[in-house]
Design a protein around this ligand. Structure first.
Ligand code: HEC
Length: 134
């Protein structure tokens, strides 16, 4: 016990998966921005998907980006720089679908990452929904 390779307080245990195991919930690999440019949205923008995207957007994005996407949510007003305008013509809308996916997954600047809170499918649904903003 004395010599055990224990990790220090606050340190993540380094435990490798058993050989030949297949991760089922393992670490997700987020594409790089360069890869993201070429990645298309695997989620078809069906009515159902857009509704799910709208629902998630309402929960996770509206506080900062506002329901219009213009970056005027109640929490967002306190941010410097303020959250990007995601509506057509805004800075956010210039990104490809894949880039939006990466930004939602990993965050950017003052914006938090959402890969722990939203499944990849949920994030892609949000990307589809963003395309419907007026
Ligand atoms: C806590 C506040 C906050 C939340 C919640 C938030 N954002 Fe952001 N977001 C920001 C801020 C602030 C920026 C600007 C970051 C910067 O440029 O430093 C930003 C930037 C972005 C950008 C980059 C656009 C550009 O101009 O390049 C996208 C896309 C985006 N957010 C989408 C989303 C989506 C989709 C959600 C919901 C899943 C979300 N954000 C949730 C604060 C937030």
């Amino acid at each position: 016990m004395f010599d055990n390779p224990a990790f220090k307080p606050q340190e993540e245990p380094v435990r490798l998966p058993p050989e030949a195991s297949v991760p089922v919930k393992g670490k997700e690999r987020i594409p790089s921005m360069a890869e993201a440019k070429k990645t298309r949205n695997p989620v078809e923008p069906t009515e159902q998907a857009l509704l799910k995207g709208k629902e998630s957007y309402g929960i996770f994005c509206v506080p900062c980006h506002g329901s219009s996407g213009k970056g005027d949510g109640p929490v967002g007003k306190k941010y410097v720089p303020t959250p990007s305008d995601l509506s057509p013509g805004g800075h956010g809308a210039h990104h490809s679908d894949g880039e939006l996916f990466v930004i939602i997954s990993s965050g950017v600047g003052g914006m938090p990452a959402f890969r722990a809170d939203l499944t990849p499918t949920e994030r892609w649904q949000i990307v589809s929904y963003l395309r419907t903003l007026k």
